[in-house]
Design a protein around this ligand. Sequence first.
Ligand code: FO1
Length: 307
Amino acid sequence: MGVVALAGGVGAAKLLRGLVRVVPPDELTIIGNVGDDVEIYGLHISPDLDIIMYTLAGIVDEWRGWGVTGDTFNCLETLAKLGFETWFKIGDRDMAVHIARTKMLRDGLRLSQVTSHLCRMLGVKARLIPATDDLLRTKIQSGDRTLDFQDYFVKRRTADNVTGVFFEGADKAEAAPGVLEAIRSADRVIICPSNPVLSIWPILSIQSIRRELEAFKRPIVGVSPIVGGKALKGPADRVMASLGFEASAYGVAKFYHGLLTHFVIDSVDWECKERIEELGVRVTATNTLMKSLEDSVRLAKTVMEAA
Ligand code: FO1
């Protein structure tokens, strides 16, 4: 028995820092998105896994939500002098983690084994597993162009109109060791307040994970990342609207239709409650903003009590 959380980056990490204070860490398994992973300077970077790992290790740069607090950028500055592109801001300490990950992957370890090692060394007690050890990359379509995720997200600052999204490798990707077993033995699954299209869909695009969740007989509790029609962070509202989903808490519930049993929405969205309940989903309305650790703990408790 335990809790499984499906997680993207910053929004998920904020809920998870509360959840680890409400659920015993050895009962929590976090399944992290790897669709955002990217290779830069020959290094394997797993942004969402790192955001979660740094947050739970207490070393995340709170202001940016990613990277390591107080990091310096000497390596990046030298790379710029050497004529390399430096639009992806990797700090020196962060760089060390990517070097370590890449070295271990080259030595033949799987991403799930590497992640487990990094978490242990950084003092993260909850179990963080990448959704898959196989190649899975989120691709953004904008008209007739196809962009790599980080080109769209960081380099081009989400300026392109998203007309389609696909997940390269999803048809062949297997769930990483431990993922299906964790879901099977969980007494609830939480879908963190991450971008449904860009962060959670890549996880759900892995057929074995989707099937396991569809067969799951206990509560699946979502938390809306959209409040008052606006994404708490990032382009979730614009992406949902441009793909034909309503950019609202209702739109998110509809997106997860068939999976969700319970949904936690913000109190400002109370007028969505009835429509969401018509989808057969029980709704809890509360303050979902997580500005402080106390906010995260309070929301985590609400999520645990929702079902
Ligand atoms: N996000 C940015 O907006 N700009 C960056 O320069 C940036 C660098 C970066 C470096 C390492 C890392 O682990 C994450 C980084 N992120 C950066 C965050 C990340 O790319 C996105 O927030 C996620 O992929 C979306 O969840």
